[in-house]
Design a binder for this molecule. Structure first.
Ligand SMILES: NC(=O)c1ccc[n+]([C@@H]2O[C@H](COP(=O)([O-])OP(=O)(O)OC[C@H]3O[C@@H](n4cnc5c(N)ncnc54)[C@H](OP(=O)(O)O)[C@@H]3O)[C@@H](O)[C@H]2O)c1
Length: 325
């Protein structure tokens, strides 16, 4: 399935939720149909869908509406709005693999509809969405380079167009130059700060007007920001992102939106292996708790911060690194 937004084509794969246990009445199903129809009328102007999934997404057949209305979720205040059962909606940047993938999977397991974002590897992103679909939740894949403001915007638009709004934004995509300060050139600096500090600024600015009240924002930083370890440009640009998060938390606090940074430690991902080029046992020896971090270690903390339980936690930088810093 493909989504056209303006002149830029982004590839989209939508995964319909599976039915499990009936939990809602027919009256509620009827109200939900009206709700979906209302969203449908506003969503088709800026996006058109084609592909293997039959029919436009926003005019789901009754069978699909029924599937959406009969889920395994417990109805609570967080997913029951205006008399209609809804699900929180999350966008996770850079979620085609590694830590981002684990975060997307965790949020989906918590009952959220998730936008999976990638830059290059559509197949990997599609795998994430398929796995979420198999587990009975819903996911949509959107290609967007988060360093480009127009492409970044499509992520937020996708959440609104596909699911009617946005509650949780996790900024996980990143870029890095690994030179020392003495060896780095101006381009290394610009690329790294563009990928981390500038993209975080643009994402927060966009989130300021897109997130619904009571929303959650999590920025994935690095516990390197607490150390003098290299690479300097990477950790300096992540530290800038953390400072933006601290201040932004104040800006949106009155709307009960929380904004926090999670500082990942050494975590077993493609990105880490490519960077360090060391066997995982060697990396594990550096970590007080005696093993390398798993993407799920980070995702579980993000899951907490995205939940109602974390409503009073904002403007914080939380290291998830097995005691490394
Ligand atoms: N792994 C660690 O040890 C570690 C330690 C500290 C902090 N972190 C932080 O944790 C986060 C995830 O790291 P990771 O190790 O899981 O990374 P990873 O395995 O390298 O995966 C990176 C993900 O980001 C996507 N991506 C890269 N550039 C993008 C862009 N410009 N726009 C949109 N998506 C983009 C990639 O998509 P494509 O594959 O399609 O390009 C991929 O899904 C990062 O913020 C990183 O700084 C990681």
């Amino acid at each position: 399935m493909s989504l056209k937004t303006g002149s830029r084509a982004c590839r989209v794969m939508s995964a319909a939720r599976c039915a499990k246990f009936p939990v809602l009445t027919r009256a509620l199903a009827s109200a939900s149909r009206r709700w979906l129809a209302a969203i449908s009328s506003g969503a088709t102007s800026s996006a058109s869908m084609t592909g293997s999934f039959a029919g436009p997404f926003w005019s789901p057949p009754d069978s699909l509406v029924d599937q959406m209305m009969y889920g395994s979720h417990i109805i609570n205040s967080s997913n029951y709005r205006g008399g209609v059962m809804t699900h929180k909606v999350a966008v996770v940047t850079g979620s085609s693999r590694g830590i981002g993938r684990a975060i997307a999977s965790r949020l989906a397991a918590d009952g959220m509809h998730v936008i999976i974002n990638y830059k290059n590897d559509f197949d990997a992103a599609k795998d994430v969405a398929s796995a979420i679909e198999k587990s009975g939740e819903r996911a949509t894949v959107v290609q967007a380079d988060v360093t480009d403001p127009a492409q970044l915007r499509t992520l937020f638009q996708a959440a609104e167009q596909h699911y009617g709004g946005l509650d949780v934004f996790v900024h996980n995509a990143y870029g890095a130059a690994y030179s020392t300060i003495a060896e780095a050139d101006d381009d290394d600096y610009d690329r790294t700060f563009s990928a981390n500090a500038r993209a975080t600024f643009m994402a927060l600015r966009e989130a300021a007007t897109r997130l619904r009240d009571n929303g959650r924002i999590v920025f994935i930083s690095s516990s390197l920001t607490r150390t003098s370890n290299p690479p300097a440009l990477y950790s300096a640009s992540k530290a800038a992102g953390e400072q933006l998060v601290r201040t932004f938390a104040r800006e949106v606090a009155a709307r009960r939106i929380t904004v926090n940074s999670v500082l990942a430690g050494l975590t077993d991902t493609d990105g880490l292996r490519a960077t360090l080029g060391l066997p995982t046992e060697e990396i594990a020896r550096r970590i007080p708790m005696g093993r390398i971090g798993r993407p799920e270690d980070v995702a579980d903390v993000v899951g907490f911060l995205a939940s109602d339980d974390a409503r009073w936690v904002t403007g914080q930088s939380i290291a998830v690194d097995g005691g490394l810093t």
